[in-house]
Design a protein around this ligand. Structure first.
Ligand code: ACM
Length: 261
């Protein structure tokens, strides 16, 4: 199975330019699963609620139309972040698109910094999407900070974690090695690069998109200044077998009766 990420440098508020950047990067590419960054079409550093409202979309909006076309072109399942409008609420979400179909939407449950001013927190348990016979769990950026997120996805059967991101802290890539090892899942962290200096904020996005293996190995890693697409071939069966050795099955060996939740 061929999986990958797209590392981009979105321009704030310039949806068409940002779509064009991804379109160019995916020219001639074929894969099974591709992950794009968080909020890849809008940019990140909102400075007012009005601004978020004007860039947010319904689930069948321009981002869905764009991902649908890219999914047809690449034959891949595509997962990318967008600002989702649902009634009077706006969520920091990611959609999963396969060919002509919207497979599902995940709403970020752990909001970072001023995201709390712009977005409503996700209101559903992170779920697993079965696409092309593979179980895919989705979390967005800062969700990594809470090990419960990936655990919830792994215990529900996720084999690959799609992780659209706009990382500004330097810790995630290393942490994902442990997250993947202790859950025996693959993860695709698709991060952006560049800088957004808006209002009182100055964000420098750390790039370093990464594909992490079920055993904690890094299979692919990008620089912090590259706009690129990277792929690896994985054996999904490895993420289905939760044995560490003949004695230890990391899920069967859990002792929930001793965990204080
Ligand atoms: C983040 O969650 N975008 C830092």
């Amino acid at each position: 199975m061929k999986i990958g990420y797209v590392q981009t440098n979105p321009l704030f508020g310039e949806k068409d330019t940002n779509f064009e950047q991804v379109n160019g990067l995916l020219e001639g590419m074929k894969a099974d699963l591709l992950v794009l960054p968080e909020l890849f079409a809008t940019g990140y550093a909102f400075i007012s609620k009005t601004e978020v409202e004007s860039l947010a979309e319904e689930i069948d909006g321009p981002t869905f139309q764009f991902l649908k076309k890219q999914s047809q072109k690449t034959e891949a399942v595509l997962i990318g972040g967008f600002a989702e409008r649902d009634g009077d609420k706006i969520y920091n979400s990611a959609m999963i698109v396969s060919k002509n179909k919207l497979i599902g939407v995940y709403r970020k449950i752990h909001l970072y910094y001023k995201e709390k001013e712009w977005f409503s927190p996700g209101n559903k348990t992170p779920e697993v999407f079965n696409v092309k016979g593979v179980n895919i769990g989705v979390m967005i950026c800062f969700d990594w900070f809470f090990p419960e997120t990936i655990r919830t996805l792994a215990l529900q059967g996720s084999e690959i974690i799609a992780h659209p991101s706009n990382l500004v802290l330097p810790y995630c890539q290393k942490a994902m090695q442990t997250r993947c090892l202790v859950n025996r899942v693959y993860a695709i962290t698709s991060n952006r690069i560049g800088r957004e200096k808006r209002g009182n904020d100055d964000f420098i996005f750390t790039g370093g998109s990464q594909i992490t293996s079920y055993n904690g190995e890094i299979l692919s890693s990008s620089q912090n200044n590259d706009i690129n697409v990277a792929f690896v071939e994985i054996d999904i069966e490895k993420a289905r077998d939760k044995h560490l050795n003949p004695y230890n099955n990391i899920f069967e060996d859990r002792r929930p009766e001793f965990y204080k939740l």
